[in-house]
Ligand binder design. Sequence first.
Ligand code: GRF
Length: 213
Amino acid sequence: MRVVALVSGQGSNLVALLEAIDGGRCAAEVVLVAADRPARAIELAAGRGIATATVPLRKGDDRAAWNHRLADAVAAARPELVVLAGFMRVLAPSFVRRFPRRIVNVHPALLPSFPGANGAADALAAGVRITGCTVHLVDEGVDTGPILAQAAVPVSQADDVMRLHKRIQRTEHRLLPAVVHAVATGALDLDGPTWRDEGALSDMPLYAPLLVR
Ligand code: GRF
């Protein structure tokens, strides 16, 4: 399954996806990694010989034109799935409509709680004892699309935002490749979205223990 990954940052989810592919745990091929800014994730992809594109959005730029340029770059790679792996921009409806039900995002909270750019910080501030991560279909809202899979992460009293987010990310690194694999194998049909094989995630722990080795 041809995958285009959109990134803005460090690329730890991208690396997890690539490692799962290399390890035979994810039946996908990342054909392009595209970013909205210079990003470490782009360097990591280029270092692995993957095609990259940076379509920068600067202050004062025409957002509609930027969405169009980015969508053109993505479409040229003929993706079967577009994965937002730490992509920190909201895509315009025009972009979303070009890849209907074929864009997934990983979010560092249990949606519909704590949408937006600060999922881990907002959960910590709210005092919840369990948070987690969500992989969902991208629709025209912000973190509002149909939920595909979730995994739970406990909050420790010793957590600060960084520590909690790191623990959530370790769980994202398992959940995202597993969901991409489920799409590739047909266990998850994005057109419903419908899980055709609800056991597809059963061999992965969906709860991250507080004490991580
Ligand atoms: C992840 O925690 C993801 O949930 C959020 O952005 C972060 C990206 O991290 N959307 P990375 O770039 O994959 O390391």
